[in-house]
Design a protein around this ligand. Structure first.
Ligand code: BTN
Length: 243
C-alpha cells in the first residue's frame, strides 16, 4: 500500500444508492475516505444522467480535503482521476483514450465515467469527491452495448475486480498523476461534433489547454470551450466521409 493510500479509511458496501451521495454525507467528518460499492441502485452520471451500476463493475468515491487548492484550478483533480483510470487500464493491457474532459474509452467505446463533486470555501476547494464507475466484468444493459464496453469484453476474460480496484486506488493516491493526463487525450487532430447548448457544430480538436479548456478549430478559427459549455460527440468515420 502506498503511503498516501494508507491515509485513507475505506468503507465497503454490497449495495448502495450512490457512493457520491454517501460521500457527501461524510464531508462534515473531514476524514479522507474511499467508499466502494459492489453495485449502485441510483448511480449518478454527469449532467443529471444516471449511470448503470450492476454487479461486476467498480463504483467508488474518493473523498478528500485538498490543501490550498484554488477553486479556479479544479481541472487538476479531473486530470488526476482520468489519468489514474488510464494507468490502471494500461496495466491490464488495454489502450485507453480520454474523451475530453474525462470519459474513458477503449476501442471507441466508453469503459469508465467520472463524476467530480467539489465543495468550495471562498476561493479554495474545501472537499473533493471523485466518483468513478469502471466497467470490469459487469453485463451492460442492451441499450448501451453499441456505445459502451467492459474490461472483460476487451480482454476476453474475467478479471479479479479487487485487483483492478486496488491498483486504481493506488494510482488515485499517486502524487502528480494529473501530469499524465495529456498523453491519453484522444481525438486530437480529428473532426468531432460539438454540442453547444442545443446547437451542433463540426470542429477539429487541437489540444486541451492548461486550464482544461478544449481548443478547437471551427472553420479555420480557433475557439476554446470549458466543459460546462460543450459536450464532444465523436464523429463516426462513415459520417466523416460524408462531411
Ligand atoms: C458519467 O459518465 O456520466 C459519470 C459516471 C460516474 C459514475 C460514478 S460510479 C461511483 C460514483 N457514484 C455515483 O453515483 N456516480 C459515480
Amino acid at each position: 500500500m502506498s503511503e498516501k493510500l494508507s491515509a485513507y479509511k475505506i468503507e465497503y458496501f454490497d449495495q448502495m444508492v450512490s457512493t457520491n451521495l454517501y460521500a457527501k454525507t461524510k464531508r462534515a467528518q473531514g476524514e479522507n475516505l474511499f467508499i466502494i460499492a459492489k453495485e449502485q441502485t441510483g448511480g449518478m452520471g454527469t449532467k443529471g444522467r444516471s449511470f448503470s451500476s450492476t454487479l461486476g463493475g467498480i463504483y467508488l468515491s474518493k473523498l478528500s480535503f485538498p490543501i490550498k487548492q484554488l477553486a479556479t484550478n479544479t481541472f487538476t483533480i479531473m486530470q488526476g482521476a482520468a489519468a489514474a483510470v488510464c494507468k490502471t487500464l494500461c496495466a491490464f493491457g488495454l489502450t485507453p483514450q480520454i474523451k475530453w474532459p474525462n470519459d474513458i474509452f477503449v476501442n471507441g467505446k466508453k469503459i469508465c465515467g467520472i463524476l467530480i463533486e467539489n465543495s468550495l470555501s471562498g476561493k479554495y476547494v474545501a472537499s473533493s469527491i471523485v466518483g468513478i464507475g469502471l466497467n470490469v466484468n459487469n453485463t451492460l444493459p442492451q441499450e448501451l452495448t453499441s456505445i459502451a464496453t467492459t474490461m472483460s469484453i476487451e480482454l476476453k476474460k474475467e478479471l479479479v475486480v479487487e485487483d483492478v480496484q486496488e491498483l486504481l486506488m493506488q494510482y488515485l493516491c499517486t502524487e502528480n498523476i494529473d501530469k499524465a493526463y495529456h498523453q491519453y487525450v484522444g481525438w486530437i487532430g480529428e473532426q468531432v461534433c460539438l454540442l453547444v447548448g442545443n446547437e451542433q457544430l463540426r470542429a477539429t480538436i487541437k489540444a486541451v489547454d492548461e486550464t482544461g479548456r478544449l481548443c478547437v478549430d471551427v472553420q479555420g478559427k480557433e475557439q476554446k470551450f470549458t466543459a460546462a459549455e460543450v459536450s464532444v460527440l465523436p464523429v463516426l468515420s462513415s459520417d466523416r466521409a460524408n462531411s
